[in-house]
Structure formats: C-alpha cells, structure tokens
Design a protein. Structure first.
Lengths: 126, 253
C-alpha cells in the first residue's frame, strides 16, 4: 500500500470540499487507504492543504454519511472496516443467487406468484 | 564571548543563507543516496527554497545585528548573555519565517493522508528538557544582580520553546510535483528546525549560568554545584537529538 496524497487546487471549479471527498473516496477504492487506516485530523489536513477546517470537516462528514469513513471518538477518523463498495458487492451476490434460485424453481414449473408467496412465508416464519 | 558572537555575525554576513538555508539538513543523508535520488533531492530542495524564499538580505541584517551586539558586549554596555539570547532568538525567528512565507506562496497544496504527531519532531524528552532549563534559569532570578539577565534569558528560552513547538506542529509544505520525496524532505526539515531551535533554547541559559555561578554568594552553593551540570547535560541531550536526526537515513514512502 503506497502513501496517498491529496491535492487541492484553488483554480479548479470543483469546490475544495468536493475535491477532498472525491480524492479520499478514490484512494479507498484503489486500495491506497486500507480499511481501518487512520486519517489525519481535520486540523492537520486543513493546515496542510491551506483550507478552512470547516471544509475538511464537511468532507469527512459526507464520507462518514456515505459509509466510507467512521468517526472513532478520540482516536480520530478512520477508513470504515465495512466499505460501501463491499455492501454493493454483497447485494449483487444476493441478487445473483436469488435469480439462479428463481430460474431453477421456474424450470420445475412454479409460477412467480407461488415462489414469491412461499419465500415471503419462509421469511416470516424465520 | 564577544569574539564568538562576532564570528557568527561575520559568517552570516559572508554566507547569508548558511543559517536559514535547508541544504544543510541533507548533507549527511545525501551521502547514502543513489545518483537518481540525489537528483530528485536537488529538484525538491530547489523548488522548496524558491517557495520559502527568505531573501538573502535577512541573513545579512542578522549578521550586522549580531556584530553590533558583539560590539556592545565588548564595550561592556550590556551583560554578556543578552547578545547570545538575542542572536538565538533571531535565528529561530528566521526558521519560523520561512514556513510562514511558504504558506502564503503556494497556491496549489498537497497533503499526505497519514496522521502526523508533533512529538516526532520534538520528542517529549526535549520538551521536558526545555522546561527544566527554564526552571533552572528562573531560580537565578532570585539573586537581584542577575535578575534582569535571568528574566531576559528565561523569556528568550520560552519564546524559543514556543517557536520549536510551532515548527513541530506546522503544516506539511508539499508542492505536489514529487509528493513522496517532498514529504520525506518536509519531515526532515521540520525535525531539523524544531530540534535546532531546542538546542538554541538551551544555549543561552547554559552561557548565563556558567558566568553567573562565579559571582553567586555562598547561600547559592547547591545551585552553583548542580545548575551548570544540569544545563550542560540539557545542552548535550538536545545536541544529541539534533545530531541523531541529521544522521538518519531519509525514508521515502
């Protein structure tokens, strides 16, 4: 894992907080920031980038709301252990499994309504 | 003492950037580098020096001031320790000034996405050492003939300690052309400047006490025996921390 860097260019049209959000998200997706990695404090990052602390706090807040980062109390902000990209992958695998299951039941002659009502009943029983 | 300070002033006049320049922090590290790394280092240092851009006349002004203070001390118009404290303070102010100039100069800024602690540049041992040096200096203020000098040196040590801390917590100054190397260079400059300032903070009290203990009354016997040793030890400790940092290999992520 190589050390990632953030660049904020005051000459760009994209607002600084959006530049921070995009670059942190990209660093996580690339794997440059591993799950659980600590991030700089709001104050440190704002000082390094020469922007207002509120701008960094807003970017961190947005990334936390999206599930990319987690606030860890006094230990600061970290990359989330369970990333949104993994949640999407889990949903995709569930969808694929459900589609295969439904197709196999359809081959055995069950109608979509019968499958849905039986799945609902099974879900409610559990 | 006056001759030493005058020599320092002459040095600053002849080579105005020898005390404010950053190349000195990399002389030892550069010996362990490959040709390609040295080339990268030269590029990064040149860009940084351009961005910090402390004009050479600052160094020359400092040289003139230092020589003037040495002259004043020579004609015994001021206590010998005051020029020493003032010179230390001026050198540290120049270190801090270069950071402030850089912050205003760079439009596009780059930041490493890793947490940083000021204690890497200024370890707690050095902070405790500076506080100890300050306490030992303030004890001397209880002796009326030395009160003014002791308070002036204590004030200089306090300001130098604050400057060292400000340098340790200062933002990373990366231009983004070669961020990995710039980050390593920035870390080394921060450590070098913070620890050099800590050395300066301990220098003036050591000079003051080494002169003052000779004229103290018998009631200060314990102080006469212990204080010079404590201050010499503090000076050596800060020097060692500074020297060790300069000898360390540069780590480029």
């Amino acid at each position: 894992v190589r050390s990632p860097y953030l660049v904020v260019d005051a000459g760009l049209e994209l607002p600084p907080y959006q530049q921070v959000v995009e670059q942190i998200r990209a660093a996580i997706e690339r794997g440059d920031l591993a799950p659980g990695s600590p991030l700089p404090t709001v104050r440190q990052l704002a000082g390094d980038l020469g922007i207002a602390p509120n701008t960094v706090a807003r970017a961190y807040g947005e990334l936390q709301a999206e599930g990319w980062l987690v606030g860890d109390g006094r230990r600061g902000t970290r990359v989330a252990g369970q990333l949104p990209v993994n949640r999407r992958a889990r949903l995709r695998s569930l969808r694929e499994a459900a589609e295969k299951f439904v197709v196999s039941l359809r081959h055995r002659g069950f109608t979509p309504d019968e499958i849905v009502s039986e799945l609902r009943r099974a879900g409610e029983q559990r | 003492m006056a001759i030493g300070i005058a020599a320092l002033g002459a040095g600053s006049l002849t080579w105005p950037d020898c005390f404010t320049g950053i190349a000195g922090y990399f002389r030892l590290a550069a010996r362990q580098m490959t040709a390609a790394e040295k080339q990268r280092l030269d590029v990064v240092l040149s860009a940084r020096e351009r961005a910090e851009g402390v004009p050479k006349y600052y160094g020359r002004c400092l040289g003139l001031l230092t020589i003037a203070l040495a002259g004043l001390e020579f004609v015994a118009a001021i206590p010998p320790v005051l020029p020493c404290a003032l010179v230390c303070l001026c050198f540290a102010m120049l270190s801090l000034l270069s950071y402030l100039r850089f912050r205003r100069a760079a439009q596009r800024r780059t930041a490493p996405l890793v947490p940083r602690t000021p204690f890497a540049a200024l370890p707690p041992v050095l902070i405790v050492t500076m506080i100890g040096v300050l306490a030992v200096t303030l004890v001397l203020a209880t002796h009326p003939p030395e009160r003014l000098s002791a308070l002036a040196v204590a004030a200089a040590t306090t300001i130098l300690g604050i400057i060292a801390w400000r340098i340790a917590v200062a933002p990373a100054l990366l231009l983004g052309d070669d961020p990995a190397f710039e980050c390593a260079v920035d870390e080394r400059i921060r450590i070098g400047r913070a620890r050099s300032t800590a050395v300066l903070a301990c220098a003036a009290p050591a000079v003051l006490v080494s002169f003052a203990v000779l004229t103290l009354p018998a009631s200060y016997r314990l102080y006469q025996e212990i204080a010079p040793i404590v201050l010499a030890a503090a000076f050596v400790v800060t020097m060692l921390f500074d020297a060790v940092a300069l000898r360390q290999r540069m780590r480029v992520a």
